[in-house]
Design a protein around this ligand. Structure first.
Ligand SMILES: [Ca+2]
Ligand SMILES: [Ca+2]
Ligand SMILES: [Ca+2]
Ligand SMILES: [Ca+2]
Length: 297
């Protein structure tokens, strides 16, 4: 599990969940097994629906187990719910479990739900209700089929008895993470980046990759930048990464419309906000100085 934890370089702050936000839809991306290859999933709203398939939907059945990893906060009360496994394209009797800690200790497991829910036609669909996360960090959800039960560490019993089918995994109750990243406004400029709010130009901003943040996995369309961070000022991002600060990692340079960024006299920093392709939100702040035309002084 430790491989998912970014050595404390990434600070996370809890953000109140937006109650009205819709659950994110995420497609499973193989190869997401064994447990060390779990697919990273996160949602800005704290709720997500993952569309997955155990093995093949037609033809010969194959050996498949699916693992997904998300970040949650201590005290989050999380529900993991399988829908449509039974009665899907190829009915499969699912088993799910949640793992945590550096050795992927199995924290809870369910085969058949204790009651039917809206998304399921059979209790063969698994559901783990109200699991309280014991600590802030990364948790792995495993999806398997009966009678391949999970064990500590993430492997399954009866490995040869695989069954295939599609399913939806609904994860709810997770506090969304906001990752803090480093940015550089007007990279290459020594000292404070000068911003003239009246300019019709664009402001380049470098999103700096680090141990825990790969700028090349940013969803460019999600970016906003300006005085508050919410300004829809994006013009475009570079197609390819470039190593702006010479640390050997590719950074992403994006350009924002100066006038839409909303800077005014007295502003001391610019705020960038966005999301990773896998859903995690991030924010970065950079120094600047506003330099109005001389007649304003
Ligand atoms: Ca799969
Ligand atoms: Ca898999
Ligand atoms: Ca269900
Ligand atoms: Ca089951």
């Amino acid at each position: 599990m430790r491989r998912y934890i970014h050595a404390g370089l990434v600070s996370a702050l809890a953000l109140a969940a937006a109650g009205t936000a819709q659950a994110a839809q995420i497609d499973e991306s193989e190869i997401n097994h064994p447990i060390g290859f779990a697919q990273r999933v996160d949602a800005a709203s704290g709720g997500m629906t993952i569309a997955g398939v155990l093995g093949n939907l037609t033809g010969t059945e194959s050996d498949d187990t699916d693992y997904f990893v998300f970040h949650g906060m201590e005290g989050d009360v999380v529900t993991l719910d399988i829908d449509g496994g039974w009665g899907g394209a190829r009915s499969v009797d699912t088993v799910i479990a949640i793992f945590g800690g550096s050795s992927n200790e199995m924290l809870r497991m369910n085969d058949d739900a204790s009651s039917l829910d809206d998304g399921s036609t059979s209790r063969a669909d698994s559901r783990l209700d109200n699991f309280r996360l014991p600590a802030s960090g990364y948790y792995v959800v495993g999806v398997s089929n009966y009678p391949r039960y999970f064990m500590n560490g993430g492997a399954v019993t009866n490995p040869s008895r695989y069954k295939n089918g599609d399913y939806k995994l609904v994860i709810s109750g997770v506090t969304p993470q906001v990752q803090q990243i480093n940015i550089e406004i007007k990279p290459g400029n020594d000292g404070l980046a000068p911003i003239n709010p009246r300019s019709n130009g664009k402001i380049p901003v470098a999103l700096l990759s680090s141990t825990g943040f790969d700028a090349m996995n940013v969803d460019p369309q999600s970016l906003s930048f300006g005085a508050t961070g919410a300004e829809a000022s994006l013009s475009h991002c570079g197609r390819n990464g470039e190593d702006v600060n010479g640390d050997g990692r590719l950074d992403l340079v994006c350009h924002f419309e100066n006038q839409k960024a909303g800077f005014a006299k007295g502003d001391l920093e610019g705020i960038l906000q966005g999301r990773m392709k896998y859903g995690t939100r991030f924010e970065g702040r950079g120094l600047l100085k506003v330099v109005p035309e001389k007649r304003d002084f």
